[in-house]
Design a protein around this ligand. Structure first.
Ligand SMILES: [Zn+2]
Length: 98
């Protein structure tokens, strides 16, 4: 008949698990922090690539605006379809909106 008391081994295992639990929490917190940083980055990217820009309903409208800008001396604008609002925006930095 074995002892009903938890063996020293089981006790160590339990302690080890509780330490792991603590580590899990650290990782979970770190993971949540990363997610919230990513969410902030996404929001900043959205603001920059979409919300802060004029939106055109069609490529043709964007072309008109591009031509108007060129008349006023702003050349080199690129037209792209926005993945966020599905409208069209102009950008002078197309590589930032990929
Ligand atoms: Zn947009």
């Amino acid at each position: 008949m074995g002892s009903r008391k938890p063996s020293a081994k089981a006790k160590r295992l339990e302690e080890f698990r509780s330490q792991l639990g603590g580590m899990d929490d650290v990782f979970a917190r770190e993971e949540r922090r990363k997610e919230s940083d990513a969410a902030k980055r996404d929001a900043a990217q959205l603001e920059k690539a979409c919300l802060s820009k004029n939106r055109y309903a069609s490529y043709a409208e964007a072309q008109d605006a591009q031509a108007a800008c060129a008349e006023y001396g702003t050349t080199g604008l690129h037209i792209y379809q926005c993945p966020h609002c599905k409208g069209w925006h102009l950008t002078s930095h197309p590589w930032e909106n990929q």
